[in-house]
Design a protein around this ligand. Structure first.
Ligand code: ARG
Ligand code: ZN
Length: 472
């Protein structure tokens, strides 16, 4: 078997003809093939993701029967090795792997915890592409994190929903489960005839054979794995077209028609407003899904089609949450974090978008929202640095409210012209990519021509209330 060794023939037997084939790394005989890392190297979640390869595309085909709670799947991953690999890991929680092939040849596989270890018949050479196909089945189960709640596949009263942040995907398909490795996706979800299966991206039609219907979805822009979703059940579906892109929204029929339907019907209107501030909408479809399950009390910006808990609409129409989840399509989804510590980049900007939308829709100005938060935030918010919140406080009020206040402090410091240029440039330059807090600060300094450590440091890393913002 190919573990760490220096033997010709243990690497790719045939040189890959592809353009990515390396020419600088030396002859195969001097190469050292080793197992890829079991984590992507994120200090907050060391086991998330894996090392040694970069995924370009997943095709996820699953069949799920809510009656028996059984799922069977075939996931095909197209990737490029970024190291000479004797083996590599995927993240997969629960479920039973039946077979794995790499480039069409049978591969060995084993499991330790939520890691699937794949050992191909021959090593994978750095720079070369490869395709892995994994067949698996079982009863999917959500992952429970003490501080963060449940993530992943949940069996619901009329179907299932797969949803979660910071992790979810590995409960229903094998995946490099970290936002630093974004990929495009095709989904084929097969469910009992009569049920709907909604996922990310563009609807590619459905076909029924016997008692089963297969729903096809395609996300053509790179997506972080936690932004994948599927919702299976009975839904009121609304379809349309906007700016040449499909609109597809679904509300669970467990809810009477009303506030949820009216609120997500305003998705394209809100997206158009945000586009006027942030620059072009980054994806090729629109929509939203409203679910009603006591275990999910949040909304999530799943790519191009956020999922909303019914709890957001119990007091009536709510476009604030729609503005928040849609803002993430720019900030979080198109421009993604490279490590979970930088979550304020997502949540601070999405919170700020809520404030902008509130002002645009005439309820209250951004300045007044800031002042109200600044005056009333509790000691917990001032104690928790949003730029370094720790795993426990990843989704705490500080990350959201103080994150939003940080954005406003930047605006006051550099002025409106530079500020809105920063927002648009961030979305444009980092489109479909990843970035860090340091990248954001560097951009703000470049655009404004000002040193901004004195603004960002107390807001992001201080443990007491920063002084009120003032122009620099
Ligand atoms: N990113 C989601 C939002 O913007 C929140 C996810 C909350 N996650 C959690 N594990 N509770 O609203
Ligand atoms: Zn958010």
């Amino acid at each position: 078997a190919c573990t760490t060794l220096l033997v010709a023939g243990c690497g790719s037997a045939e040189p890959d003809p592809g353009p990515a084939s390396p020419t600088t790394a030396g002859p195969a005989a001097t190469r050292s093939f080793a197992a890829g890392a079991a984590g992507a190297g994120d200090p907050y979640f060391p086991s998330y993701g894996n090392g040694g390869y970069d995924v370009a595309h997943y095709t996820v085909k699953v069949r799920y029967d809510p009656e028996t709670d059984k799922l069977s799947g075939t996931t095909t991953m197209r990737a490029t090795a970024t190291a000479d690999l004797s083996a590599f890991n995927l993240d997969l929680a629960g479920l039973t792997v039946r077979s794995v092939t790499v480039d069409g040849a049978a591969a060995r596989h084993s499991r330790t915890g939520n890691e699937l270890v794949v050992t191909p018949a021959t090593g994978l050479t750095s720079g070369n592409g490869f395709t892995a196909e994994i067949r698996y089945d079982g009863r999917p189960e959500p992952l429970r994190t003490e501080s963060l709640g449940e993530g992943g596949w949940l069996h619901t009263s009329d179907g299932a929903i797969a949803l979660g942040q910071p992790e979810s995907a590995s409960t229903w398909f094998p995946v490099n489960d970290h936002p630093s490795d974004k990929a495009t996706y095709d989904f084929e979800i097969t469910v009992p005839k009569g049920l709907t299966a909604v996922s990310n991206g563009v609807p590619k039609g459905k076909s029924t054979s016997g008692d089963w219907t297969t729903w096809k979805w395609s996300e053509g822009a790179p997506a972080a794995s936690y932004l994948t979703t599927v919702a299976i059940g009975k839904f009121r579906v609304t379809t349309g077209e906007h700016k040449g892109r499909p609109v597809y929204s679904a509300v669970t029929t467990q809810l009477p028609q009303g506030a949820p339907d009216r609120s997500i019907a305003r998705t394209v209107e809100v997206a158009d407003y945000l586009e006027s501030v942030f620059g072009p909408y980054p994806f090729d479809s629109y929509g939203g899904v409203v679910i009603d399950d006591d275990r999910i009390r949040y909304a999530l910006e799943t790519q191009s089609r956020p999922v909303y808990s019914a709890s957001f609409f119990r007091q009536g129409d709510n476009t604030g949450v729609v503005a928040h989840e849609l803002a993430h399509q720019w900030y979080g989804n198109s421009v993604s974090i490279q490590r979970w510590q930088d979550i304020w980049l997502n949540e601070g900007l999405a919170t700020y978008a809520e404030w902008l939308w509130a002002e645009h829709s005439g309820s209250t100005t951004v300045q007044r929202t800031f002042e109200q938060k600044y005056a009333n935030a509790g000691s917990q918010v001032w104690r928790t640095p949003p730029g370094k919140p720790g795993v426990e406080n990843l989704f705490s009020r500080s990350v959201y409210d103080r994150g939003g206040m940080t954005v406003h402090a930047l605006r006051v410091a550099v002025g409106d012209t530079a500020f809105f240029t920063v927002l648009r440039t961030w979305a444009a330059e980092r489109k479909n990519g990843n970035a860090t807090t340091a990248d954001f600060v560097a951009l703000a300094e470049r655009v404004s021509g000002k040193k901004l450590a004195k603004v960002f440091d107390p807001w992001l890393y201080g443990t007491e209330r920063p002084p009120a913002p003032k122009p620099l």
